[in-house]
Design a protein around this ligand. Structure first.
Ligand code: HEM
Ligand code: SF4
Ligand code: SF4
Length: 373
């Protein structure tokens, strides 16, 4: 059954107003997919606005180009308006609905405090057992936290995150189903997501950060972050296959597949999140919603800390600091997993779905007969 459809709120109403002005102006038509998708519509209901908001990649180009941006009385600010609607989208489609409110509360302090709290809990548990500081010559993680315990802790939280995000994005899809995707639409959307096509500003020079200069930095640092995360995920999957498929238990050698993938992924994630953090601090505040900075920075910080503690753990795995570092790393990763479904991570899922919606829609005839696509 479809979720309760909430009435358009002030954020959706403002987006509809802004899009009406843009639809008359159309100066930014070539910048990204939002504008050709906009020209296929004359009215902007709740589902249209949610779709277009997730299609917006917040590159900032249309803010810096706009002759109607503040201080003009029309006060057109597309990236900020879309950023506000995106959080509405995540909140309104969240499962369970009551937890949707967490999107607005998720912040840097909360994320880091959660990671610190969980790490402290595990450190104290080891301290009580007298196992916090002891040499493990073979780097034996499972002598500190047994394999079954780790799986029992992480698998349910991870599966819950997959379920919650899956239900949320299904609701988003069904709000305005675009039709069945063909193989070419899927291929195109995957390519657009994997290359972050719409962070190129429409001309290939990139997006705006602190001013109207174009830079590809956000796109590049995001690639380091995204592919680093994927490599870490692949490392965990390879480890799981080794364990359950082949009966090979950790620790694995430096030249093993899980280690190689994990090291490359950790380094890439570390560099990517450091780069994104720097850009985030400098970005023109007009390009986003200042109230959402905490959500963005909390996610960046947790990814960075997960990569950092993971790499430190690998370097110190032959020392007496292994139990302490393992407890800290597991605390950080648990905080990351717990916040996955109700924080910035949602953007990947909803943006992916919006790109696929657009790839399907642009293959259909334009019923208005207006615009390029
Ligand atoms: C379909 C997949 C994805 C797409 C299309 C996508 C797209 C984007 C875009 C356009 C931005 C910049 C605008 C904004 O801040 O919202 C962004 C930000 C970000 N993305 Fe992704 N993303 C995807 C997946 C991921 C994944 C899997 C991760 C890491 C686990 C990730 C990490 C981040 C981070 C940390 C930011 C914040 C950057 C900032 O605040 O400056 N993204 N993403
Ligand atoms: S953002 Fe401004 S310049 Fe661009 S289409 Fe909208 S109104 Fe026109
Ligand atoms: S901010 Fe960039 S991606 Fe978003 S609507 Fe404007 S031009 Fe498109």
């Amino acid at each position: 059954m479809l979720p309760d459809l909430h009435a358009p709120g002030p954020d959706e109403a403002e987006a509809a107003r802004v899009l009406q002005v843009c639809n008359a102006c159309r100066y930014c038509e070539g910048f990204c997919a939002v504008f050709p998708a906009m020209t296929r519509r004359l009215e902007f209901g709740r589902a249209d606005v949610h779709f277009l908001a997730s299609l917006c990649h917040n590159c900032g180009a249309c803010l810096h180009a706009c002759q109607y941006a503040p201080p003009h009385e029309f006060a057109i600010n597309v990236p900020r308006t879309m950023a506000r609607v995106r959080v509405r989208t995540y909140t309104d489609h969240a499962w369970p609905a009551a937890l949707g409110r967490l999107y607005a509360r998720n912040g840097l302090v909360l994320s880091v405090a959660l990671a610190a709290g969980l790490a402290l809990f595990l450190v104290l548990a080891l301290l009580r057992e007298g196992a916090l500081w002891s040499a493990r010559p073979a780097g034996d993680f499972y002598a500190v936290f047994p394999h079954g315990l780790m799986v029992g802790m992480f698998a349910p939280v991870f599966l819950f995150a997959v379920l919650a995000l899956g239900i949320g994005v299904r609701r988003f899809w069904r709000e305005a189903p675009p039709g069945r995707p063909g193989a070419d639409a899927v291929r195109e959307a995957a390519g657009d997501a994997l290359r972050l096509k719409y962070l190129d500003g429409g001309h290939g020079d990139g997006c705006n950060e602190e001013d109207d200069a174009f830079t590809l930095a956000r796109r590049r640092w995001h690639h380091f972050t995204f592919y680093g995360f994927m490599l870490c995920f692949a490392a965990t999957s390879a480890g799981t296959l080794y364990h359950y498929g082949f009966g090979w238990t950790a620790p694995y050698g430096f030249a093993s597949l899980p280690k190689l993938l994990g090291t490359a992924g950790g380094l890439s994630l570390l560099a990517g999140t450091a780069g994104l953090w720097r850009l985030n601090l400098r970005r023109d505040p007009m390009q986003g919603e200042p109230a959402q900075r905490g959500m963005d920075r909390g996610f960046i910080a947790l990814l960075f800390l997960a990569a950092l503690t993971g790499l430190l753990l690998m370097l110190a795995r032959q020392t007496a600091a292994l139990p302490l570092l393992l407890a800290i790393h597991l605390g950080v990763v648990m905080a990351l997993f717990l916040t996955l479904p109700y924080g910035k991570f949602a953007h990947g899922v909803y943006r992916g779905a919006a790109l696929l919606k657009w790839s399907i829609e642009r293959r259909q005839p334009n019923r208005l007969g207006l615009g390029d696509d």
